[in-house]
Design a protein around this ligand. Structure first.
Ligand SMILES: Cc1cc2nc3c(=O)[nH]c(=O)nc-3n(C[C@H](O)[C@H](O)[C@H](O)COP(=O)(O)OP(=O)(O)OC[C@H]3O[C@@H](n4cnc5c(N)ncnc54)[C@H](O)[C@@H]3O)c2cc1C
Length: 425
């Protein structure tokens, strides 16, 4: 028979053994979790280090392979993507490898269009992955005359690309540039937004993400009127199906009778912040957007109202109208510039001294009004054609620029005088 004392000591031994076992098990579990965390941290660190190294290699390759001024390119393929939207594949005529570009950047073209006295300069975004060193792809929408002026000439460059340019033709192209681009090592998940032909830079971003093996949560919103305008439909559907991290939403603002919700598009209506609020778990994203002025105006303003910090909203405008539109929407609450501020503007080469009274949007418009010749292309601070030396005084920029602007000069299409100025024009 066991005495009570013996029973108590057995119980104490049993409990202590259990306690010890629990301690050992706990320690074992903790060290396993710690090891797992250390492994995860190591993998994350290695992935980040790989991205940084990769970026360094790209920057080096970029500077080795890039070129100054214009380089000859051959049109190697034309492919219709939707009504009046066509892709153009360009290969360098010298067949040397292409420098990597940053997804979202654009090319600047110098086109000799029959009937034009001077070459026409225009910018077009690169629409495919940045990981292709053989060809560049552009996707261009044919621009008709304005609705209220049906007799006006149609868009010069877009119609030239669509109707005149043939495979094997040679054109002059500047190296990729622009500050609207996506960096794959950004810490936050992204929302990419394309409206109409503004799809092109964000398409390049998503294609580059896929080629780079990127897998961070990404939302992609594409707004068009209907199926007729829906470019790259099959390609986008396949991307959506193949990648869990990618959430694709196509919005039709005016679906046709045969357009099927759930098949052709996901949402009826325009791309809007209301839709983001319905679908996104929070506003904690980097937003990249390119589209027509009304869409950009409303989305930028509504994102800010939703509390998205300005530095996390990135957008590209495709021309002066878009730029002005977004800026006007953006700055609606800001005090208007005092239009009574007048400055003397001296155009040294043409020998004219004029009074700036603030009623023009840019020095370029002011010069044109007074028949002072300044070259121009995109009129949006991107192509660099209107670069003009400032001999005296200072200017201020009315919007962010994509082209390089050397010290002591200004891009006349997006600058206004800040003091009395003397320009080399
Ligand atoms: C950075 C950047 C990237 C871009 N990327 C793309 C892209 O990927 N895809 C794309 O399609 N576009 C893109 N664009 C827009 C592109 O550069 C051109 O602005 C667009 O193709 C129109 O140029 P265009 O020469 O065809 O038209 P323009 O000749 O410049 O004409 C513009 C409009 O003015 C009208 N017009 C012309 N003359 C008159 C007149 N006398 N009176 C009244 N109206 C007149 C035309 O009918 C047309 O509607 C981009 C622009 C920028 C700045």
């Amino acid at each position: 028979m066991l005495t009570i004392m013996q029973l108590v000591s057995y119980l104490v031994i049993a409990l202590s053994t259990l306690y010890l076992a629990a301690l050992v098990f706990g320690w074992f579990q903790r060290s396993r979790v710690t090891a797992q965390m250390a492994n995860a941290d190591k993998a994350l660190f290695e992935a980040q280090a790989d991205l940084i190294l990769e970026r360094k290699r790209e920057v080096q390759k970029e500077s080795e392979l890039s070129w100054d001024s214009f380089r000859k390119f051959e049109l190697v393929k034309k492919e219709m993507e939707a009504t009046d939207i066509c892709s153009f594949y360009l290969a360098p005529h010298d067949r040397r490898p292409l420098p990597p570009f940053r997804p979202g950047q654009y090319l600047t073209f110098k086109l000799n269009i029959p009937g034009q006295k001077k070459p026409v300069i225009r910018c077009y975004s690169l629409s495919d992955s940045a990981y292709n060193d053989k060809t560049y792809r552009l996707t261009i929408k044919k621009v008709p005359p304005p609705r209220d002026q049906p007799d006006a000439p149609p868009g010069l460059s877009s119609n030239f690309f669509h109707d005149a340019l043939q495979e094997m033709d040679i054109i002059d192209v500047k190296a990729p540039s622009g500050h609207f681009f996506f960096e794959l090592d950004r810490p936050h998940p992204a929302v990419l937004i394309g409206g109409g032909i503004g799809l092109t830079p964000v398409l390049s971003m998503v294609n580059s993400m896929v080629d780079a093996g990127y897998n961070k949560e990404t939302w992609f919103f594409y707004g068009v009127r209907n199926r007729g305008e829906h470019a790259m439909k099959e390609h986008l559907r396949q991307l959506d199906e193949a990648h869990d991290w990618l959430h694709m939403h196509v919005c039709y603002s005016a679906p046709g009778e045969d357009d099927v919700k759930g098949e052709d598009f996901q949402n009826e209506g325009r791309v809007s912040v209301e839709l983001f609020k319905e679908l996104l778990p929070s506003n904690n994203y980097d937003f990249y957007m390119c589209g027509p002025p009304p869409m950009m105006q409303s989305v930028v303003a509504d994102l800010e109202a939703w509390g998205v910090p300005e530095e996390r909203i990135h957008f590209e405008a495709f021309g002066p109208a878009s730029v002005k539109g977004v800026k006007q929407g953006h700055e609606a609450d800001e005090p208007k510039k005092d239009s009574s501020e007048t400055f003397t503007v001296e155009f040294a080469k043409s020998g004219q001294t004029l009074q700036w009274t603030g009623e023009f949007d840019s020095i370029l418009e002011f010069a044109e009004e007074h028949d002072v010749a300044i070259d121009f292309g995109c009129r949006a601070g991107n192509c660099g054609s209107c670069l003009t030396a400032i001999k005296d005084g200072a200017v201020e920029l009315v919007q962010e620029i994509g082209a390089d602007c050397e010290k002591g000069s200004c891009l006349a299409c997006v600058s206004i005088p800040k003091t009395h100025i003397v320009l080399d024009a």
